[in-house]
Structure formats: structure tokens, C-alpha cells
Design a protein around this ligand. Sequence first.
Ligand code: SF4
Ligand code: SF4
Length: 246
Amino acid sequence: MPQPPSAYDFFADSCLDAAGLNLQAAIGSDRLTPSLRADIEAAGQPLCANGSLILFGNGGPTFWRAFKHHCPAGEHPVDAFSRQVVSEFMARRFPELGFCFLYPGASVVPLQSLGQLAGWHHESPMKVGINDTWGLWYAYRALILVDAVLPSSLPVPSTSPCAVCHDKPCVAACPPRALEQHALRLERCIDFRLQEASACSHQCLARWACPVAPEQRYDAEQVQYHYGHSLPHLRLWRSRSSGGQK
Ligand code: SF4
Ligand code: SF4
């Protein structure tokens, strides 16, 4: 399997890499736009001038395989595993620094905007982030606020594969045509996913159809896990939006 460019692997920490948290970006608070700063502070943490954010992501299938090996108990085992790996990393690498988790957590934080700042994220027709190394097969796993100024990582010089993908097989692969007309019609996607025996209940056919970085695709079990977990939230959302629950 080809090694990712080191630009994604800012800390080059073998334990993080073995756990699949092989994307890291250190972002000084001075690099945040006012709106990004406001969004992060809305998550409940004031950002002082002497603070830094560290964003952790997983690229490819390694994270799931490491997670399966450790498989922590609890209601949110993937989040628990991410927190555990990050906490161990901080204790090992920066034992003198205090930090807190902004994600996973109860508040919504602008992960995709931070991913754009890090150079990881370009928008795809499905709105899932894409880049030329990991394709659609990466995800944000943790965001921490550190009480010190750390050296910032440079934005990864990635490009958008979608900009040069003229056939766009993902668009044709979506059964309810939710990706046509250059916009994700989310309700159409959700309605299809919630149909009985839907082909998209536990996967996104459009995502599988993307030809970029096929060697980085998640294992089918991981895909089924994540998409399956989103179904109860979609049912609740549809129930509320149709007036079934006030
Ligand atoms: S198939 Fe093409 S347009 Fe669709 S996500 Fe992949 S690169 Fe982008
Ligand atoms: S999950 Fe299915 S319906 Fe939704 S965008 Fe993907 S292919 Fe289309």
C-alpha cells in the first residue's frame, strides 16, 4: 500500500499511525477566520490568543482495523477509541500541556471548515470531503484545544479530484438521482435511504462509484457500521420534519 505524503502526518507519531489517526493538523488560533472562531467558541470554549487546535483524522482502512482490535465498550465506541488514542498521544508527546476535547463532544464544531484550512477537504457532489490522496475515504475523528502555541502545520497542497472528473460516475450511481443539478438533494437521499430494503441503508452507492484512491476504501464492515448508525437519526429527523414529533 502506498504511503501517504508526510504532509498529512504532521506529528509522524508511530502510535497515531498504527491506530489509523494518520492525519493531523496543528492550527494556531491566529489562523482562524472570525466566523470560524465564532463557530468554535459557540461550542463552548473561549479561544485565547495563546491556544492551538489539533485536528485528527483517519485516512484509509487502518483506523477501523485498529478499532476492531481494541474495541472499547460503551455507547460510542468509535469516539471512545479516538479519545483514548489522542489522550495517550498527548500524554506521551506533550505531557506538560493541558488540553480539552472539542470533538467528539456534545457540541457541533465546524470540522469541514477546519479540514479546508488544513488542506484536507474539497467538496464532492455528496458533500463528503475528498482529496487526491485519500479520495472520499478519510474522516475527522478528534479536535482538541491545547493551552499553548504549537508550531502550525502548513496546509496540505492537495487538489480536488472532482475538478478534473468529467464523467462524474458518482452522480449516475445514485439511485434516486439526488446528486444531479450540481447540488445534493438531501431529502431525496434520505427518503431513499429510509425505504424498506434500500440499497443505500448501509452504504452510499455514489461513494463506492468514485474511482479516486480505491486502495484507501474502508472495509465494507466499517461502511455498514457508520451508515447504519446514521439511520436512527435520519428517521428521527424525518419524523420531526413531517410533524410526527414536536
Ligand atoms: S466520481 Fe468524480 S465527481 Fe464524483 S466524487 Fe469521485 S472524483 Fe468527485
Ligand atoms: S446514500 Fe444513496 S441516495 Fe444518498 S447520495 Fe449516496 S447513493 Fe445517493
